[in-house]
Design a binder for this molecule. Structure first.
Ligand code: PAF
Length: 291
């Protein structure tokens, strides 16, 4: 971060329209500042703040978007229940190093007559794509494309916790020749190993131990791989047993290629263990590199 901070001092920290965003972006470009963007849906936690801090280390300006994107929800109740904590988020983001917040309305992002879709084939089809519905990654791809094009950042920062989302975004940025580098930062975990997520707040008191079975199953797979096991079926069976014994309802546990998310028969360098499970009413995901 330069000592000068935002390119234009005295201007508002929060902008709500694409035209205001572009105006601010033009000023930043004139100042030849490096720009990082951190796309979020708000309800910021330490995982998001780590992304903002990293962006602030590497850039002069950090744009944080806060937009609960309706097109990536296939369940209206889930969209309604999504926490909206804008005032707190703005404060936290600024304290972590954000220099501009883009907080558009749904009508700003999807005005009447909006008719364009972005579909990333292949990598978006399985796992999260299959369990959350095909429209989920279409919604993510659409909003991320709009954000990347509108902000024109040098680098965009995403959390590796949503590993398949990262792979989808990398694919679309490459396919559409977007000039933004996609950076994924490691999952931030609580001391007991639980991956941070805004959903964790909804875990009941007895559910935490069950929720920990996700990270434990990944760690067990890592240990087995370190001890020489390479057979995916055996690793998956062992990992599933840990989740089942803990009482988690497994949606998937798989070992995949980290770029294509195609399942692997054998663990090879870069292989990623991925898991989704329900703990009571809460759907959790996690992943870890196995080799
Ligand atoms: O990971 C998220 O919070 C969202 O999927 C994203 C990338 C902000 C797009 O709405």
């Amino acid at each position: 971060m330069t000592e000068n901070g935002p390119a234009e001092r005295g201007r508002s920290l929060v902008v709500r329209t694409v035209s205001e965003l572009r105006e601010r972006r033009a000023a930043i470009r004139r100042a030849e500042h490096r720009v990082g963007v951190v796309p979020t849906m708000g309800a910021l936690h330490e995982g998001h703040l780590a992304l903002i801090r990293a962006a602030a280390e590497e850039n002069d300006e950090v744009v944080v978007s806060i937009f609960v994107n309706p097109t990536q929800f296939n369940d209206a109740a889930d969209l309604d229940a999504y926490p909206r904590t804008e005032d707190r988020d703005v404060e936290l983001a600024q304290a972590a190093g954000a220099t501009l917040l883009f907080v558009p309305s749904a009508a700003e992002m999807y005005p009447a007559g909006f008719a364009t879709s972005v579909h990333v084939g292949g990598v978006s089809e399985r796992w999260e794509g299959a369990t959350r519905g095909a429209s989920h990654f279409d919604g993510v791809a659409l909003v991320v494309t709009k954000l990347l094009v509108s902000v024109g950042a040098d680098t965009a920062y995403f959390g590796q916790k949503d590993a398949q989302q990262v792979a989808v975004v990398r694919r679309l940025a490459a396919d559409l020749n977007l000039p933004t580098t996609i950076t994924a930062l490691p999952t931030v975990r609580d001391v007991d190993g639980l991956a941070l997520s805004s959903r964790n707040a909804r875990l009941g008191t007895g559910d935490r131990e069950t929720a920990l079975s996700l990270s434990r199953s990944l760690q067990r797979a890592r240990d087995l791989v370190a001890a020489g096991e390479r057979d995916t079926a055996r690793l998956e069976a062992e990992a599933r047993r840990i989740l089942q014994d803990a009482g988690a309802a497994i949606e998937y546990w798989a070992i995949v290629d980290p770029a294509t998310f195609e399942p692997l028969a054998e663990v090879v360098a870069g292989a990623l263990g991925i898991v989704a499970a329900r703990v009571g009413p809460v759907r959790l995901i996690d992943n870890a590199p196995l080799a």
